[in-house]
Design a protein. Structure first.
Lengths: 334, 293
């Protein structure tokens, strides 16, 4: 949890461009992908990008601030529900209302949850965030506001019209794909810049030694709360996009399984680096898809979770520092 | 709510709470002593329940049958399984960070669930309570209380007393307590800490499996039953204070009461109440009711 990170340490310019190269390459690939990929794979890419935003938001908490939240799915789910509930049954809602409302709702819940749970630490923090997420889960599961355990449909993606202009149409062609890509790039950019700012360094300081940061005059509680709310807002963005992608939300997206899965992505990729979170989301989804592939596993594909579980166990045994740690180790060898 | 209903709900609350205690005590022991967050603990409960279902025909064939023989066989198997699991997986986790423990035990959950699905299938099954305990005690003209539920409570109380005795009055318990407070010192005193850990883990696993076995006739066995219990038990452990057996008992009863009466009085918010309780306790005492150390 307290492992030093390489992501925030300054690097010489040549090394910086070298480090940016794989990212730029990935971005380029993603930008041209819809032109080549079949619909199934384009949809898969959208799913991965949305999960990557979700994982990035959790990485801000787990990897950068040292706060292990086991209830991050609540913010994802709340935003998704707000998007679905604000959309009328017969027409599209305005994007410029639904998006801020969805993200705002997630952030508002995070403000309340964070203000209370940041009083605790360690395992207790893990558990209290879980408790608040379970509360949100039961609100949507047991009460009729969101269709109960059946969930609700969202029939129309929001309309982007503003002041008589219509800059883009989320239903047309690959617009939604590029919108998700833009959100991913935006999330990564905002977090990367923020982590290089004074605030980001203060968060890293809190992760390593909170007592000392407090003694140095930093309002650590407020800083952590800020990170918590910001992370929830990005998780909300991911949840909002998820609702638009599927056109359907159910309580399972708030369940502890979802919180566990996103935590897995972050750990899988490697804690302490933003690109690790993206890599983790990619690896986790691809493993899921691979093990569900009937052409390889036949009827055994039904039991894909067995393979996933064994892979995770083997992974913990062999790669304690995540995929990004493996990449670093290979890079150092050359 | 008349008196008989109230009495029945009280008995139900205590029975549920005691059953939770049985699972949670293993969880809190494993966490308090070995420092391992074991997400797979709910799977042990699930394994126990499925053993009660799947072992019954075998026991019938080979040993002449009977619920209690099945219980005994199940306990022996779960101790062995716990010993094996500790040796294969958990002994590697002691020096690792909490997050890696979470990750590996999450993987174990997936493996256990799928193995269950491969071996027994995904259907819901009922388990027959033994004939001796299948009666019920009349409380009023229309209401009665099943004897089997009293049996569950009695087993749990006996085990709680046994656990208290072992931990406070025996040499093994002394070593366990010493191991919890200072691992290195215990090792330096010449006690085989690996064996101690293995024993504690196997006992914790057996407690969870036993809870699953005796709960099976009441709750029936179904996929996903482990996950449900796991989360509630974490709530219990956290409310009680991690590592504290006494805390686990108090918290389990508290959760039992809140959950049982919540379902009667506020059916709409029943799922929520337990978590509300946990949040309230943690805000009042951020390290649980009975902080250890």
């Amino acid at each position: 949890m307290n492992s030093p990170t390489t992501a925030t340490s300054p690097a010489p310019l040549g090394a910086a461009t070298l480090r940016a190269a794989p990212l730029l390459l990935a971005l380029l690939l993603l930008a041209v992908f819809p032109a080549f990929g079949a619909k199934f794979y384009v949809d898969l890419a959208v799913k991965i990008m949305i999960l990557a935003i979700f994982a990035l938001s959790l990485e801000l908490l787990v990897g950068q601030t040292g706060l292990v939240s086991f209830g991050h799915a609540a913010f994802f789910g709340i935003a998704a529900y707000v998007a679905a509930l604000l959309t009328p049954k017969s027409e599209a809602a305005s994007l410029w209302i639904v998006l801020p409302a969805a993200v705002g709702a997630a952030a508002a819940y995070a403000l309340a949850v964070g203000a209370l749970s940041l009083r605790t630490r360690g395992v207790y923090f893990i558990m209290i965030t879980l408790a608040f997420a379970q509360m949100a889960y039961y609100v949507f599961h047991d009460t009729p506001i969101g269709g109960g355990s059946d969930g609700i449909y969202l029939y129309f993606r929001p309309d982007a019209s503003i002041a008589g202009l219509r800059p883009f149409d989320l239903d047309a062609g690959h617009t939604f794909y590029y919108a998700v890509l833009a959100c991913l790039v935006g999330t990564f950019g905002v977090l990367a810049i923020m982590l290089r700012s004074r605030y980001g360094h203060a968060l890293a300081g809190i992760r390593v030694n909170e007592q000392r940061m407090r003694a140095a005059g930093f309002p650590t509680y407020a800083y952590k709360l800020g990170a918590f709310v910001l992370a929830a807002a990005f998780a909300g963005l991911a949840g909002f996009l998820h609702a638009l992608k599927d056109g359907y939300v159910n309580p399972e997206i708030l369940s502890w399984h979802q919180s566990g899965a996103v935590l897995l992505m972050v750990i899988l990729g490697g804690i302490g680096s933003l690109r690790g979170a993206i890599l983790g989301a990619f690896a986790f989804t691809m493993l899921q898809e691979l093990f569900q592939w009937q052409a390889i596993f036949g009827s055994f594909a039904k039991h894909w979770q067995l393979m996933l579980g064994l892979t995770i166990i083997g992974f913990v045994a062999a790669m304690p520092r995540g995929l990004i740690g493996l990449a670093d180790r290979l890079a150092r060898r050359h | 709510m008349d008196l008989a209903t109230f009495l029945i709900q009280c008995l139900n609350a205590v029975q549920y709470g005691l059953l939770l205690f049985l699972v949670a005590s293993g969880l809190t022991l494993i966490f308090g002593i070995m420092g391992v967050i074991n997400l797979a603990h709910g799977s042990f409960y699930m394994i126990g329940a499925y053993m009660a279902y799947a072992l019954a025909p075998w026991v019938e064939n080979w040993l002449g049958g009977g619920f209690f023989v099945t219980l005994a066989v199940g306990i022996v198997l779960s101790v062995l399984l716990g010993y094996l699991l500790e040796w294969l997986f958990f002994s590697y986790l002691y020096e690792r960070e909490h997050l890696q423990q979470v990750l590996m035990t999450y993987g174990l959950i997936l493996v256990f669930e799928e193995l269950r699905s491969l071996l027994v299938g995904d259907d819901v099954h009922g388990v027959q309570a033994p004939d001796v305990l299948s009666g019920s005690i009349p409380l009023s003209d229309v209401m009665s209380y099943p004897v089997y539920r009293l049996f569950i409570s009695a087993v749990c109380i006996l085990l709680a007393i046994a656990m208290w005795f072992v931990i406070t009055r025996t040499r093994l318990g002394m070593r366990v307590r010493a191991g919890a407070s200072n691992r290195e010192m215990v090792r330096a005193m010449g006690i085989d800490i690996r064996l101690l850990y293995r024993a504690v883990f196997a006992i914790g696993m057996a407690l969870a499996a036993l809870a699953g076995m005796i709960a099976a006739p009441v709750s029936s066995v179904y996929p996903g039953m482990g996950g449900q219990v796991l989360i509630i038990c974490f709530v219990v452990v956290v409310i009680g204070g991690i590592g504290s057996i006494r805390g686990a008992l108090v918290a389990a009863l508290l959760v039992g009461v809140v959950d049982t009466f919540g379902k009667v009085l506020f059916p709409q918010a029943a799922g929520l109440l337990v978590y509300l309780l946990m949040a309230a306790v943690l805000l009042w005492k951020p390290e649980g009711l009975f902080k250890v150390g």
